[in-house]
Write a protein that binds this ligand. Structure first.
Ligand SMILES: Cc1ncc(C[n+]2csc(CCOP(=O)(O)OP(=O)(O)O)c2C)c(N)n1
Ligand code: SF4
Length: 278
C-alpha cells in the first residue's frame, strides 16, 4: 500500500482492490469505477494519499473496490465524513462517491452546505434516477411520469436539478459525465481532482435492473458545445437551458477553497476522549 517505495508507474489496475463488485451485469457503476481508477493513474496519486468516502447504495459500494483508503459510512452522510477528514488531513486527496438517493434525498442538505463551504473535495454522484439498492423507488431526480409498481402513474413531482443547485450553492467546479464514456469520464474526474475547492460531477449511470430504458442514454448524450466558463451567470443559463444530456465541464470557478484555520488546535482521539471523561 505504501507507494513511497514503489518506483514503477501505477496503472489503473493498481487502484482496484481484490474485491469483486457485486453490481448487476451491465450496471453503469462498473464504468464509473474504471474511470475513477484511470483518473487516479493519470494523476499518479500514491494510494496511501487517497481516501474514497461514501454513504449507502449500490453506487456507494465503490470504496471497497479501490485499493485506496476508504470509508463506507451511513446513508446520506458521506460529505459530512469527507469534510471532517479533509479538514483534519488536508494532505489527502478525498473523493466522495454517492447516488441520487443517497446524495440528493437524505443527503440533500449536506450537498448544499458542502458546495457552500468549498472544501477541496471531489464529489461523484452516480445518478440513475432511482433507488437501486432498495429495489426501485423514485428518487429526487426521477421523472414525474415514471410509471412503476411503487408509484403508479408516476410521482407527479418536479425533479431536483443537481447541477443548478450545486452552482447556486457555491460549488467551484460543475460537470456532467456519462458512464457510457469511460475515458471522457476519467478525464473529467482528473480535472475535478486537480481543480481547487468543491468539485461536483454528476455521472449519468444507468440502473439496468430497475430502469432498463436508461440503456438508451448512450444514444442521447452529446458533448457540451461550450467551453468551461468561470462566470456563474453564463453557467447557470447554459445548465438551465440544456437538455440534461450535455456532457462536459460546465463551470470551473475561481473561489478560494476553504482552508482550516492555522490556529486550529489538533488533538488526538485519545486526548478528545479524555476531555469528555466524567
Ligand atoms: C437512514 C437510512 N435510510 C434508508 C436506508 C435504505 N437505503 C439504502 S440505499 C438507499 C437508496 C440508495 O439509492 P441511491 O443513492 O440512488 O443509490 P443506488 O443504489 O441507486 O446506486 C436507501 C433508501 C438506509 N440504509 N439508511
Ligand atoms: S440495482 Fe441498479 S444500480 Fe444497483 S447494481 Fe443493479 S443495476 Fe446497478
Amino acid at each position: 500500500m505504501n507507494d513511497r517505495i514503489a518506483s514503477a508507474a501505477l496503472t489503473a489496475a493498481d487502484y482496484k482492490s481484490g474485491t469483486k463488485p457485486i453490481w448487476c451485469p451491465g450496471c453503469g457503476d462498473f464504468t464509473v469505477l474504471a474511470a475513477i481508477t484511470k483518473a487516479l493513474a493519470r494523476l499518479q496519486l500514491p494510494r496511501h494519499q487517497v481516501a474514497v468516502v461514501s454513504g449507502i447504495g449500490c453506487s456507494s459500494r465503490i470504496p471497497a473496490y479501490t485499493s485506496c483508503y476508504g470509508f463506507h459510512g451511513v446513508h446520506g452522510r458521506s460529505l459530512a465524513a469527507a469534510t471532517g477528514l479533509k479538514a483534519a488531513r488536508p494532505d489527502l486527496t478525498v473523493l466522495v462517491a454517492s447516488g441520487d438517493g443517497d446524495g440528493y434525498s437524505i443527503g440533500g442538505n449536506h450537498f448544499m452546505h458542502a458546495c457552500r463551504r468549498n472544501v477541496d473535495l471531489t464529489y461523484i454522484v452516480m445518478d440513475n434516477h432511482v433507488y437501486g439498492m432498495t429495489k426501485g423507488q423514485a428518487s429526487p431526480t426521477t421523472e414525474p411520469d415514471w410509471d412503476n409498481k411503487l408509484s403508479p402513474g408516476g410521482t407527479g413531482i418536479r425533479p431536483f436539478h443537481p447541477l443548478v443547485i450545486a452552482l447556486a450553492a457555491g460549488a467551484n467546479f460543475v460537470a456532467r459525465a456519462t458512464s457510457g464514456d469511460q475515458n471522457g469520464t476519467a478525464e473529467i474526474i482528473a480535472q475535478a481532482i486537480r481543480h481547487p475547492g468543491f468539485s461536483f460531477i454528476e455521472i449519468l449511470s444507468p440502473c439496468v435492473t430497475f430502469r432498463p430504458e436508461q440503456k438508451e442514454w448512450k444514444n442521447m448524450v452529446h458533448p457540451a458545445s461550450v467551453e468551461p466558463t468561470d462566470d456563474p451567470a453564463s453557467a447557470a443559463r447554459r445548465i438551465m437551458t440544456d437538455d440534461g444530456f450535455n456532457i462536459g465541464v460546465l463551470y470551473a470557478g475561481k473561489r478560494a477553497p476553504y482552508a482550516a484555520s492555522a490556529t486550529t488546535v489538533r488533538r488526538t482521539v485519545v486526548e478528545l476522549e479524555a476531555e469528555f471523561e466524567l
